[in-house]
Design a protein around this ligand. Structure first.
Ligand code: XMP
Length: 512
């Protein structure tokens, strides 16, 4: 049987990150909410180890999450983190108190005593703390294995029962030896082999949904973005033609994008794909509209209407699938959530539609893990490594009224800019997002001997980790020169090209 670790979730903000850190060490992990599993089920499932996560509460608060203390005696090693550490102390008969001289928050000096959890960790290192309560009295059979200046029990252990607790967060990057400590738990203490791969995630997820969704019709809105594409390919493997993907082409896609999505899913993957060419419908709705927020609302609303119409034609559909990934999940621990989440890509899926269940196969994964799943499934690099593209598409990149003519010019300019950037920029200097914007400005130019009067296109490229802040990318002058020359020569109607040199903040990435 595949080694697996249970991440028992007590509502902490880092639960998914803990599960990810375990996967990074090639050990499979599953997250279960503390009130959705009991000790008997844990033993039966054959977990090699359990990690109690952090949580926002105090163990003495009546409403705080607790767990049956028998779990500490069932022979499975346990690692308690933060609230999970305090809970372990409380469950085993120790004492937890509120910190008298203030809580600890941030990077903290950690002093350890050797024990199996700290194998290879120096006597003094830096850990990340975030707590108010602390373990003031350790339970019988335990010993203190680490402390900080303010916290007398930064770690404790009962080696005989393989119970370990750390007040700090080993899953956070700022804890210098966090990965080492987690690795010690997984390999030294739980005896995991560390042979799990993303291929295994694909295999088990496909098997799981093949069983659970047998004979059911599954509907999915495919945007062509990384997340919905990977989710569609994964579910397609599980349920074959029972998966129906509806791809609404709103006409605000980049050059050749709609055809590419269709080709990939229908021809290469053999999935049932309904492509709805709704460009004229969207353009009619957007006619004369210049306000950015109104444009977004119109597109979101119209998307729902088109999607509903198509779904209605299919007859009874039991399951709705979504490409939600972990950073989109606002509330933790919900898993396959019972309410329809507003889809950030398309501006909200129909709330009136009647589905038995929502399926979100990627909801525990981070973006880079989703890309790995895409690679395992054989999706083309152009899809897997696609730069983010807003749901309303080029609509937020055409300033002022959106017309077919402006869209067409923008598509060409954008394709040229992307091509030159990709051709001339070294891999490690590539921006994270790069695109063209059709401004609403007209400007005088000269072509041959004649005066021209045409549009101004702006080029934008940003480097960022999380898109919350971003720096404008210092693209090489050759890229800009080549792109500008080609855009003004090859696209009639564009007389001028400018480069956006604003970071975020104060600007946003998109112009609208
Ligand atoms: P901003 O412009 O807010 O963009 O700095 C940050 C990131 O979000 C993307 N973005 C959107 N994505 N719907 C989306 O799905 C939207 O309405 C939207 N607006 C911005 C943007 O492309 C960038 O990656």
């Amino acid at each position: 049987m595949q080694d697996k670790i249970l991440v028992l979730d007590f509502g902490g903000q880092y639960s998914k990150l803990i599960a990810r850190r375990v996967r990074e060490q090639s050990v499979y992990s599953e997250i279960k909410q503390y009130n959705r599993i009991n000790t008997e089920e844990i033993v039966k499932a054959g977990y090699k180890g359990i990690i109690f996560t952090g949580g926002p509460n105090s163990v003495y608060d009546e409403r705080s999450p607790h767990f049956d203390s028998k779990v500490l005696d069932c022979g499975i090693p346990v690692l308690g983190i933060c609230y999970g550490a305090q809970l372990m102390a409380y469950m085993a008969g120790g004492k937890v108190s509120g910190a008298e001289n203030g809580s600890e928050y941030g990077k903290t000096r950690l002093l350890i005593t050797p024990c199996p959890l700290f194998e290879g960790v120096p006597a003094e290192s830096v850990c990340w703390m975030s707590h108010t309560d602390f373990i003031s009295g350790i339970p019988e059979g335990f010993s203190v294995t680490a402390h900080t200046d303010k916290c007398p029990t930064a770690a404790m252990a009962c080696e005989k029962k393989k119970l370990y607790a750390v007040q700090f967060h080993p899953e956070v990057m700022h804890t210098e030896y966090g990965a080492k400590i987690l690795g010690n738990f997984l390999f030294g203490i739980c005896g995991c082999a560390g042979d799990w791969k993303m291929d295994d995630f694909v295999k088990t997820t496909v098997e799981r949904y093949r069983e659970e969704l047998k004979g059911k019709k599954v509907l999915m809105a495919l945007s062509g973005g990384v997340d919905s594409s990977v989710a569609a390919a994964l579910l397609g493997k599980a349920v074959g033609n029972n998966l129906v993907c509806v791809f609404v082409d709103h006409g605000m896609m980049r050059k050749d994008e709609g055809d590419f999505v269709e080709r990939t899913f229908r021809d290469s993957f053999g999935l049932s794909l309904i492509r709805v060419n709704a460009e004229s419908r969207f353009l009619a709705k957007l006619s004369g509209v210049t306000d950015p927020e109104t444009k977004r609302k119109i597109i979101g609303g119209e998307f729902i209407r088109v999607f509903e119409e198509e779904a209605g034609k299919l007859g009874k559909t039991e399951i709705l699938a979504q490409g939600t990934i972990y950073p989109d999940v606002i509330e933790s621990g919900k898993g396959d959530s019972a309410t329809i989440k507003s889809h950030h890509n398309v501006g909200g899926l129909p709330s009136v539609m009647d589905f038995e269940r929502i399926v979100e196969p990627l909801s525990e994964l981070f973006k880079d893990e989703v890309r790995k799943v895409g690679k395992v499934l054989g999706l083309p690099d152009r899809l897997v490594y696609r730069q983010p593209f807003p749901g309303p598409g080029l609509a937020v990149r055409v300033i002022g009224e959106i017309t077919k003519e402006k869209l067409e010019m923008l598509r060409e300019a954008d394709a040229i800019f992307c091509e030159e950037t990709e051709k001339l920029t070294p891999k490690d200097k590539m921006p994270d997002q790069y695109f063209a914007v059709m401004t609403d400005l007209m400007s005088v130019g000269v072509k041959g001997d004649a005066r021209t009067y045409g549009r101004v296109v702006a080029l934008r490229a940003v480097s960022t980790d999380d898109f919350m802040t971003a720096e404008w990318t210092k693209l090489s002058p050759e890229v800009l020169e080549k792109a500008s020359g080609r855009i003004t020569n090859e696209i009639s109607g564009i007389t001028r090209v400018v480069y956006d040199i604003t970071s975020k903040p104060p600007a946003t990435v998109e112009w609208e």
